[in-house]
Design a protein around this ligand. Structure first.
Ligand SMILES: N=CN[C@@H](CCC(=O)O)C(=O)O
Ligand SMILES: [Mn+2]
Ligand SMILES: [Mn+2]
Length: 315
């Protein structure tokens, strides 16, 4: 399958990692990932294409701790040394960079790049960026042929609803923006969230979630079997899935490198199980990982978790 190159700001740079040999038995991510423009997909298995979204403009607007613009490079650095056990090819399309406060422009450009990659038959993986990444992802999926006539579901693993009603878009608004776009298109957003922290979402946000018919699980209610049933029920009502992981869904000890670390959080094994479940569903068309802030990461802990989850989702 031929893949077409999206228009991005930064073309892929070399990936690095430990070298144990050139043979496939020694292969690590850094040896397996090829620049997107040079890639062709293996027959039968969708290629994955990684795209960075270097942005913390939305976090800044949302009064958070900025630094997520450096996250795509940090996640690539954490992925590079991992042993490569995947059956699919992986390409790197480079980065879309949000300059200054030009968030809407960056989201639109990333959206076009994602749509092109989806239309070429790829599984797209966006490395955010603050959670404003999610609206870029939505633009990409909604603008793609993969959605035509299909029921879209957005599954967010997050301590926050990100349904803020604000005068300008930010990292706190993407899912309300999606709901508004879907309504304008005569559809209803199918939005579910796993890991909501009650003390970190105001009554207004719960009311908005209720009004929009958002399905959610509180962090304290995320027993493994409960989460599995919740995700299975959500998957049963949709055709195509966009999965977004806000790393602050996990406890601060696991994911310290975020704008808003979680006091409680959903354990990594539960989040990992969700990733396996959605990957096995056959409905996943697009995913992103958001809110990593390398400035606050401890020993690359959060970047390693992000890399591990991306690896799980593509396996
Ligand atoms: N993407 C982040 N969203 C959260 C941040 C909360 C916080 O900074 O405490 C929100 O807007 O609710
Ligand atoms: Mn969050
Ligand atoms: Mn979020």
């Amino acid at each position: 399958m031929e893949t077409s190159a999206p228009a991005v700001d930064v073309t892929p740079t070399a990936w690095t990692g430990r070298f144990d040999g050139d043979g496939p038995e020694h292969r690590r991510w850094w040896q397996a990932v090829a620049p997107h423009a040079a890639g062709t997909a293996a027959a039968g298995v969708r290629s994955a294409v990684v795209l960075g979204f270097c942005s913390d403009a939305g976090v800044r607007r949302n009064k958070g701790r900025v630094g997520a613009a450096a996250a795509p490079a940090a996640i690539r650095a954490a992925l590079g040394p991992l042993a490569f056990h995947l059956d699919r090819e992986v390409f790197d399309a480079g980065d879309v960079v949000v300059e200054g406060d030009q968030l809407e422009d960056g989201q639109a450009r990333a959206g076009r790049a994602i749509s092109g990659l989806l239309d070429a038959g790829n599984l797209t993986v966006v490395l955010g960026g603050g959670h404003e990444t999610a609206f870029a992802s939505y633009l990409g999926v909604a603008g793609s042929e993969v959605l035509r006539g299909k029921r879209l579901g957005v599954l967010n693993l997050d301590a926050h609803f990100d349904l803020r009603d604000e005068p300008v878009p930010s990292s706190g608004t993407p899912f309300l923006q999606m709901a508004q776009e879907e309504a304008a298109a005569g559809r209803e957003l199918q939005y579910a969230v796993v890991g909501i922290s009650e003390p970190n979402n105001t009554r207004t946000l719960f009311d908005t979630a209720e009004r929009l018919g958002v399905k959610y699980l509180l962090d304290e209610g995320c027993a493994p079997e409960v989460v599995e049933t919740f995700v299975a029920d959500f998957l049963a009502g949709i055709d195509v899935l966009y999965l977004t992981i806000d790393l602050d869904v996990m406890p601060a000890a696991v994911a310290p490198g975020v704008s808003a670390p979680a006091a409680y959080g959903v354990p990594l094994p539960v989040i990992s199980a969700v990733c396996k479940q959605v990957a096995a569903s056959g409905k996943l068309v697009h995913l992103d990982v958001a809110e990593l802030n390398p400035e606050f990461d401890i020993d690359g802990r959060t970047a390693k978790v992000a890399a591990r989850l991306v690896n799980t989702l593509l396996a």
